[in-house]
Design a protein around this ligand. Structure first.
Ligand SMILES: C[S@@+](CC[C@H](N)C(=O)[O-])C[C@H]1O[C@@H](n2cnc3c(N)ncnc32)[C@H](O)[C@@H]1O
Length: 276
């Protein structure tokens, strides 16, 4: 890292650079990389998640992946996912397919207290399908209950899922989505997928309910596929204390054939340092 970058990450320079990069990004999408680094773009978690997914894909020699959002509502997240996917594609040469999943009718009936009825109500965040369809561009929308649509879609042979955004609020909806990922064929997934959970670590949402409880339940019941918080993502970032970083997880598919063998590469060594 250059001296200037190291200084730029410190307060108060980081706030000044963040403000400048917000303006730069509005003027030109070529400011994407630095704007994402300084948290100067909307849905920065999607931008950083996509970039991480592209790194993982490249690590395994894969050139295309799908980025999916569970819970679309009006489509704000899906629009930004799509826009950021174009930037990450330009930057990395990856082909990224963007797909959103929603039932269009808003939050389903509450299953039990793990859906946090003290926070959410059935019918909230409905989706205006006609309005959303007009905004979709090259991204796609799959309508229906994700308990049914996601397993079906995963079985259809699309580019493997590399980035997953979970924004369905409830435990019951999140666990349905995670179960679909748990039972998908390995080739439906990147060996390591990056993921973001929007509704964890929120006010009034304990770890034993909602999406957090779904992650815990999934990890407990699956020995070969595991979510692990991606704590290294924040290292060297100017705003490394931001809450969204704690909502980023890597999903390890240990039963993926590409996870069974080491990659062919030059054996690594460590440079000796002068300790005298
Ligand atoms: C908070 S909104 C999503 C907001 C959106 N991601 C954004 O960034 O603007 C939650 C959405 O999840 C959807 N949802 C919740 N459970 C679902 C399920 N089981 N199947 C399909 N959609 C579901 C609801 O319809 C609602 O539109």
């Amino acid at each position: 890292m250059s001296f200037l970058t190291a200084v730029g990450r410190e307060a108060p320079f980081r706030s000044v650079l963040c403000a400048a990069l917000k303006v730069a990004y509005k003027l030109t999408p070529s400011a994407f990389r630095w704007a994402a680094y300084f948290d100067a773009i909307p849905y920065v978690h999607y931008a950083v998640g996509l970039a991480r997914a592209a790194e993982f894909a490249a690590l395994f020699g894969i050139r295309s992946f799908s980025a999916i959002e569970l819970g679309v509502a009006g489509g704000n997240g899906l629009m930004w996912l799509s826009k950021h996917a174009r930037s990450v594609s330009t930057q990395t040469g990856m082909t990224i397919r963007v797909v959103g999943f929603d039932n269009a009718t808003g939050l389903p009936p509450i299953a039990d207290w793990r859906d946090a009825p003290w926070v959410y109500s059935p019918g909230e965040y409905p989706c205006d399908v006609d309005a959303l369809t007009k905004r979709l561009g090259r991204s796609e929308l799959v309508l229906g209950d994700i308990a049914e649509t996601l397993p079906e879609w995963l079985a259809q042979g699309h580019a493997p899922v590399g980035f997953l955004a979970v924004d369905v609020d409830y435990y019951s909806s999140a666990i349905a989505g995670l179960k679909a990922l748990g039972s998908a064929a390995p080739q439906a997934l990147l060996p390591i997928c990056e993921s973001y959970f929007d509704d964890i670590l929120c006010r009034g949402m304990p770890r034993f309910a909602g999406e957090f409880a779904a992650i815990a339940e999934f990890n407990k019941s699956n020995s070969h596929r595991q979510f692990d918080r991606d704590d290294s993502l924040g290292e060297w970032r100017p705003f490394s204390e931001r809450l969204w970083l704690k909502r980023m997880y890597s999903f390890y598919c240990l039963d993926h054939p590409l996870m069974q063998t080491h990659r062919q590469r030059q054996p690594r060594g460590l440079d000796l340092v002068d300790a005298s």
